[in-house]
Design a protein around this ligand. Structure first.
Ligand code: BG6
Length: 494
């Protein structure tokens, strides 16, 4: 039976804004996430700002349109809140220890992101911040020491705040140039140290979350599609430029992998699912992998009176900027229906009807390894390029025992079943080349900001109340994953 190739890239993944911390050190500029306080499963994270006279204001915010700030007000942390991105898991100061732990597990690949505002603090500078460049050089050299291949995301939820507040964010086409300058800088700087790049993390989220915004107006749709056009364009330009910088470079897209099922066998539910897949899954992948907007895009735009402003040459640019591989995150699946049922199946940037056949995590995300096999087949069947699963895992509460052990058999079971599903997909004929489960070292959750939503194989002593000293502890899953990698995915035993 075909199984993992011998050079399969086993590893783990983190992002700068959730792991590094050191948010105001060595010249790093602020990002919107730095102004988002910690929330919980029941309480949304708040976006905070101060009025002209310093009065603090907090507004619940997940994603989408930003609140309009009164004149003179500015985004800022406020005194009595905890901001997860300010400290992350302290990777900025502990990357050597973390990389050594990854090497001990046998990692072949380490997915991380470069923080754009560490390189260009406001996004608009002419020359980069040397301290930022030095930091990532040190990280890449450390990975090289252990023979671990970096997989580098250029943008993972951390655009420089200045670009958002002063330039209006991705709605402004100027951001394309700023992003390209940043990408070109780091791609030149780290030539020979990095081979695999991803342009935007979960680029399709901005479309998927439209369904979560109650009564999103046509204006909201217009803005989302326009912003996305600029990002897709920026991505395509970067891909084209990368090829002139190094022949070795392999560039991929990164899509939020949303597996959907019709809630019932009513054909109407199936059509609802088809349309959801078109918008949330294929729209971005088709542009980035096939190089053109799909036919169904015209109908999606028309349904919300969207007219994307494009310049001459944009469509040709998209064609010239096709990626080499497709990477995606996968955590859970959801059900679609055209009926008015309660949408209580939460997920990664998505909502759906609850699936009675599945179990759900403490954060109400379904656990569905078959969904991963299905998605792998779906994406490979459509695109026929190598696939990478660059995020996967179970966010769960862990207990640190008095002897420093963490017995996370629930996580082992989740990962075990998902690796078995990947094996099945390879047997189905899918070309899968890498697996980097999410948050391999515990880090701050993106949706809730909680540290207690842990994904790691390594436990980090940092608690939701802000206590803890960031010490690292190996969980049971650490030793288990070590055996999985050692056996190239053959030994999945618990
Ligand atoms: C993906 C993101 O959406 O899901 C990660 O790329 C994120 O940044 C991950 O952390 C898991 O989501 P959460 O909300 O549990 O952290």
């Amino acid at each position: 039976m075909p199984t993992f190739k011998k050079d399969f890239l086993w590893g783990g993944a983190i992002s700068a804004v959730q792991a590094e911390g050191a948010w105001d050190q060595d010249g790093r500029g602020p990002v919107l996430m730095d102004m988002r306080s910690q929330g919980s499963v029941n309480e949304q994270r708040k976006l905070t700002y101060k009025l002209k006279d310093g009065t603090p204001v907090k507004v619940p915010y997940f994603a989408g349109k930003l609140p309009d700030l009164p004149e003179g007000a500015y985004f800022s942390p406020v005194e009595d809140e905890i901001y997860p991105s300010h400290v992350g898991n302290d990777f900025y100061h502990r990357y050597k220890e973390d990389i050594a732990l990854c090497a001990e597990m046998g990692f072949k690949m380490f997915r991380m992101s470069i923080s754009w505002p560490r390189i260009f603090p406001n996004g608009i500078e002419e020359s980069p911040n040397q301290k930022g460049l030095d930091f990532y050089r040190d990280v890449f050299l450390e990975l090289k020491k252990y023979g671990i291949e970096p997989l580098v995301t250029l943008e993972h939820f951390d655009d420089p705040l200045y670009l958002i507040t002063e330039l209006g964010g991705w709605l402004n086409r100027e951001l394309v140039d700023h992003f390209v300058r940043y990408a070109e800088t780091v791609m030149r700087e780290y030539k020979g140290l990095v081979k695999y790049w991803l342009t935007f993390n979960e680029i399709n989220n901005s479309l998927a979350i439209l369904d979560m915004i109650a009564e999103a107006s046509d204006e909201v749709y217009q803005e989302s599609y326009q912003k996305l056009h600029h990002q897709l364009l920026a991505s395509a330009i970067v891909v084209e430029k990368a090829r002139t910088i190094s022949e070795d470079y392999q560039i991929g897209c990164m899509i939020c992998g949303l597996a959907s099922y019709p809630l019932t066998c009513d054909p109407k539910d199936m059509i609802t699912m088809m349309k959801k897949d078109q918008k949330d899954l294929f729209y971005c992948g088709d542009v980035q992998i096939r190089g053109e907007y799909p036919e169904f895009a015209h109908r999606l735009w028309a349904e919300h009176n969207v007219a994307i402003k494009m310049e001459e040459g944009d469509l040709e640019q998209l064609k010239r900027g096709k990626v080499d591989f497709c990477s995606f995150s996968y955590y859970c699946s959801s059900c679609t229906t055209d009926k008015d049922v309660e949408m209580d199946g939460k997920g990664n940037f998505s909502m759906g009807a609850k699936n009675p056949y599945l179990e759900y995590s403490a954060w109400s995300w379904s656990m569905d390894p078959d969904g991963l096999r299905y998605l792998l087949n779906l994406l490979y069947g459509r695109y026929h390029v190598p696939l990478m699963v660059v995020e996967n895992g179970l966010g769960a509460h862990d207990t640190l025992e008095s002897d420093g052990s963490i017995h996370d058999d629930y996580r082992i079971e989740y990962l075990q079943k998902h690796i078995a599903a990947m094996k099945e997909a390879i047997h189905d004929g899918v070309e899968l080349i890498a697996y980097t489960p999410w948050g391999c070292i515990d880090l701050a959750s993106s949706s809730t900001g909680e540290m207690s939503k842990r994904y790691g194989l390594v436990y980090v002593d940092r608690q939701d109340d802000g206590t803890g000293n960031f010490d690292r502890y190996k969980k049971d899953s650490f030793y288990w994953y070590q055996k999985v990698i050692e056996s190239n995915g053959e030994n999945l035993g618990g």
